[in-house]
Design a protein around this ligand. Structure first.
Ligand SMILES: Nc1ncnc2c1ncn2[C@@H]1O[C@H](COP(=O)(O)OP(=O)(O)O)[C@@H](O)[C@H]1O
Ligand SMILES: [Mg+2]
Length: 290
């Protein structure tokens, strides 16, 4: 496991620091939802924001999305401090947020959903151009959509998620925030959305991925930021962290069912090695990944 200090974290990703949050506080009446949260977001990087229900993930990204005002702390975009007072200001800064409910219009087709609020052409909407751009965008994302002229209601969950993510790119953002994009999806559709997230990173976008699925996080994220009870509770590079470490940071426990099972495997392997006449340290067990 590698727990990075702030200086190491900053030098780790290859991309450019796009936005940083420092000391973010937020309360809802008596509920202190966030306390002194720090978060850095880099271009060309997927940062996963993980934590148990109520940890403060959605509240933190809603501050970036201009849905909730922060009560304290600073947000720096590039090298200037910014305030994000409403969703329009968030969009103007180049931040696009895809919420879990997707907010698609079921009865409208893919093109109409992609360009909703951004319709091309002045007096008349240029349908031909919008359809062409829709295909271009979906092709760039390697998205598998059968037709852009069918209502989104007839698409699969993964395809709907794809349309919602593609729509977020219409305004040419630098940061894309995805709140639980695979929560409602099956295995194949999840794989498709994870591929799509990799396309976003390849395009140099900064991706913030909220997920409670550690397999997804380990498959696609570069860095993991853990929140617990509204506070930072660990930051890891995915290449060097185990599933057990992440779970321990999320739950705040070094002793839980997952770590106990892992320890049981270590003990069993040690016993087996002793039985085979080797020292317990001679054959370290392979690390189990979920
Ligand atoms: N609009 C709200 N009004 C009051 N309390 C809220 C509101 N939104 C979130 N909270 C509280 O803030 C805390 C963090 O919630 P949330 O950000 O939704 O967590 P997560 O997304 O990690 O599950 C929880 O205690 C939650 O009940
Ligand atoms: Mg949430």
């Amino acid at each position: 496991m590698t727990v990075l200090n702030q200086d190491q974290v900053r030098s780790a990703p290859t991309g450019e620091l796009v936005l940083s949050m420092r000391g973010i506080d937020k309360n809802f009446g008596a509920v202190q939802a966030l306390t002194a949260i720090d978060l850095d977001i880099y271009s060309g990087e997927v940062v996963a924001l993980v934590g148990d229900n109520g940890a403060g993930k959605s509240t933190l990204i809603k501050i970036l999305a201009g849905v909730h005002p922060k009560d304290g702390g600073t947000i720096t975009y590039g090298d200037r401090p910014v305030s994000i007072n409403n969703p329009a200001e968030s969009n103007e800064l180049g931040i696009a947020t895809v919420y879990q409910d997707l907010a698609l219009c079921d009865n409208l087709d893919v093109v109409a959903n992609l360009f909703l609020g951004h319709e091309l052409g002045r007096a008349t909407i240029d349908e031909v151009e919008m359809e062409k751009r829709s295909w271009d965008l979906l092709r760039q994302l390697s998205a598998r959509i059968p037709s852009v002229r069918i209502p989104v209601a007839s698409l699969s969950g993964g395809q709907r998620q794809t349309v919602a993510i593609a729509r977020s790119l219409i305004g040419d953002p630098r940061i894309v925030i995805l709140d639980e994009p695979t929560a409602a999806l099956g295995v194949a559709q999840t794989a498709e959305v994870l591929n799509l997230i990799e396309r976003l990173r390849e395009r140099g976008l900064a991706v913030v991925l909220i997920s409670h699925n550690m397999a997804d996080v380990q498959a696609v994220a570069d860095r993991i930021v853990v929140l617990r009870l509204g506070r930072n509770n660990g930051e890891f590079t995915v290449a060097e962290v185990t599933y057990e470490d992440i779970i321990a940071a999320i739950t705040g426990a070094t002793d839980n069912a997952v770590t106990r099972r892992a320890q049981a495997r270590v003990d069993a392997a040690g016993d087996a090695a002793v039985a085979a006449g080797a020292s317990p340290d001679a054959a370290p067990p392979e690390e189990d990944r979920p």
